[in-house]
Design a binder for this molecule. Structure first.
Ligand code: GTP
Ligand code: MG
Length: 277
């Protein structure tokens, strides 16, 4: 529990036999539930996760590999079913520092935020620790994601260390969130469309000597470019086109003398210039 909130941690894992045990053991004691989602690993990820002997740990296994986004969504669903108040993501590769967990939960416990994400760029050592190609890619994606999501105050869009409230999860159409890399960018656009309050908190960048990544530029560049465009189009449609259409429909009904909400006219005529007012 964290300040009266029950906390679940979702651990997406794909071929993480080298890191999974340590990652699970490092999860702080304040966490009530741990849900490891093994995304159809070919190695011993599941059996080693079981051997970590943590209380309240369960392992959900995908029959086929579906991607990191899909693994997180599976974990979110399970946490909702278990009745958790807040759901945190800490990946199975051990790149999330457990010491940062309280900072991630604090804005939610104080009622300031619905979704909190780590921002490694708020720690100066990021420029020393993060591999150069990651730094460049991350800066470009973070800038693009500001436009795509509409959250201009956020950065480090690819940081997977996040916390979300139960209520926010219930408002998102989880079936439609992008399943692979590009997932965090897509999710941010969906959060903006429902008016979620999102906050960045500093988290430590972790790239240990045994670090390996599933990200390959040639395989993720096109999917991410595509998902960014799709998310932008979807958000603009959800925030501008659909509400206008709905408002038009309602004002049309009202003109006909039928019951309808009193919607302000979309085109209320020219705004009076200051000297005319
Ligand atoms: N690569 C990959 N990872 C997956 C998949 N499903 C779940 N994951 C897990 O998602 C987490 C993040 O994957 P990484 O490839 O390390 O990506 P990242 O940590 O965001 O990026 P890096 O900074 O490159 O390490 C890891 O814990 C993976 O085990 C999948 O289909 N592919
Ligand atoms: Mg990683």
């Amino acid at each position: 529990m964290f300040r009266g909130l029950s906390v679940a941690v979702v651990v997406p894992a794909f071929n993480e036999e080298r890191a999974i045990k340590r990652a699970i053991r490092s999860i702080p004691g304040l966490v009530d539930r741990i849900i490891v989602v093994d995304d159809a690993s070919h190695d011993r990820t599941s059996s080693l996760a079981t051997r970590s002997r943590r209380r309240s740990l369960e392992i959900v296994r995908h029959e086929a590999n579906r991607g990191v986004g899909a693994a997180i969504i599976t974990g979110y669903r399970r946490a909702l079913a278990l009745g958790s108040d807040v759901v945190v993501v800490m990946a199975g590769d051990g790149q999330m520092d457990p010491a940062d967990l309280p900072a991630l939960l604090e804005p939610i416990a104080s009622g300031r935020a619905d979704y909190v994400k780590g921002n490694r760029f708020l720690r100066r050592e990021v420029f020393r620790v993060m591999p150069k190609a990651r730094l460049v890619g991350n800066v470009l994606l973070s800038l693009a994601t500001r436009l795509v999501s509409g959250y201009w105050h956020l950065f480090d869009s690819q940081c997977g260390y996040t916390a979300i409230t139960r209520r926010t999860l219930e408002e998102i159409d989880l079936d439609r969130v992008f399943a692979r890399y590009g997932y965090p960018n897509d999710l941010l656009a969906r959060l903006h469309a429902i008016g979620a309050r999102v906050e960045d908190v500093p988290v430590r960048p972790v790239y240990g000597p045994g670090w390996k990544s599933g990200i390959r530029l040639r395989t993720v560049f096109y999917p991410i470019a595509w998902v960014l465009l799709r998310a932008l189009a979807w958000r603009l449609c959800a925030e501008w086109v659909l509400p206008r259409k709905r408002a038009l429909g309602r004002s049309h009904l009202a003109d006909d003398g039928l019951p309808g909400d009193s919607v302000p006219a979309l085109n209320p005529g020219p705004i009076p210039r200051r000297h005319e007012a």
